[in-house]
Design a protein around this ligand. Structure first.
Ligand SMILES: C[S@@+](CC[C@H](N)C(=O)[O-])C[C@H]1O[C@@H](n2cnc3c(N)ncnc32)[C@H](O)[C@@H]1O
Length: 209
C-alpha cells in the first residue's frame, strides 16, 4: 500500500493545478459574497489553509479587509503571495498555530481540515471560537461525510482523509456558544475528469456581541 502523502507534499506538487481542478465553486462564491456584505470597516480576517489565495483571500482583500492566510505548503504560499499582493501569507501548520483571544473578526477554513484525523479537526475547531472578537464569524467550507482516516486518491496523490456529517459541525459550533447564521449544501461538479462530483457544505457561525 502506498504511503499517504502529507498536505505539504500534495499541495507543493499540485500548486496551480488545484485551482484549475476546482474552478467556479458557486457555493464558495455565495458564502464569500454573503460574508463581505456583512463586514464593516477593515475587518481582520484569517484564512486557514489559504491555498493559491484565489478566490478566497483575493475576494475578501478586494472588499477592503485585512487578510492573513496560512498554509503548510511552501509552494501554495509562494503562489498566493504572487497572485494576491493585497493579502499576507504565512507558511504554518493550522494544527499548531495559536493567536491571542479576540484577535480576528473572521476565521475561515475552506477545504483545509480534510487531510487530518478527526482528533486534529476537533482540536482546531475547539480553538477557533476563542480567537474571534465579539460578533466575529467562523466560516467553514468542507465536504461533509461520516469518514475517519479513509485512504483515497486525490488528483493523483494518495491521501488519508477525515470529515463529519453536516450536523456534527453544526452541533460543535453551537456547543461552543456560536450561532449558526448561514448554512448551505451544494452539489459541485468540476469539469476536470479527475474530480468526482461532491456535496459541499458551507457554514457560518457567529460569536455573540
Ligand atoms: C483543498 S485546498 C483549498 C485551498 C483554499 N482554502 C480554497 O478553498 O481554495 C487545501 C489547502 O489547505 C492546505 N492545508 C491542508 N492541511 C493543512 C494544515 N495542516 N495546515 C495548513 N494548511 C493546510 C493545503 O496545503 C491546501 O493549500
Amino acid at each position: 500500500m502506498t504511503r499517504p502523502e502529507t498536505p505539504a507534499e500534495v499541495f507543493d506538487a499540485l500548486g496551480k493545478d488545484y485551482e484549475a481542478a476546482f474552478p467556479n465553486q458557486p457555493g464558495q462564491h455565495a458564502v464569500l459574497d454573503w460574508l463581505v456584505s456583512r463586514l464593516a470597516g477593515r475587518a481582520k480576517v484569517l484564512d486557514l489553509g489559504s491555498g493559491t489565495g484565489r478566490p478566497v483571500a483575493e475576494t475578501v482583500a478586494a472588499a477592503g479587509h485585512d487578510v492573513t492566510g496560512c498554509d503548510v505548503s511552501a509552494n501554495m504560499v509562494e503562489i498566493a503571495r504572487a497572485q494576491v499582493p493585497a493579502a499576507r501569507f504565512e507558511l504554518a501548520d493550522l494544527r499548531t498555530v495559536s493567536y491571542p483571544a479576540g484577535s480576528w473578526d473572521v476565521v475561515m477554513t475552506f477545504f483545509s481540515l480534510m487531510q487530518m484525523t478527526r482528533a486534529e479537526v476537533d482540536a482546531v475547531l475547539d480553538r477557533i471560537p476563542a480567537w474571534l472578537a465579539p460578533g466575529g464569524y467562523v466560516v467553514l467550507g468542507t465536504v461533509p461525510a461520516d469518514v475517519s482516516e479513509v485512504d483515497f486518491v486525490f488528483l493523483g496523490h494518495p491521501i488519508r482523509s477525515s470529515s463529519y456529517p453536516a450536523e456534527v459541525f453544526v452541533k460543535r459550533f453551537e456547543a461552543a456558544g456560536l450561532e449558526i447564521v448561514y448554512w448551505e449544501q451544494v452539489d459541485y461538479v468540476s469539469a476536470h475528469s479527475d474530480v468526482r462530483p461532491e456535496v459541499q457544505l458551507y457554514l457560518v457561525a457567529r460569536k455573540p456581541e
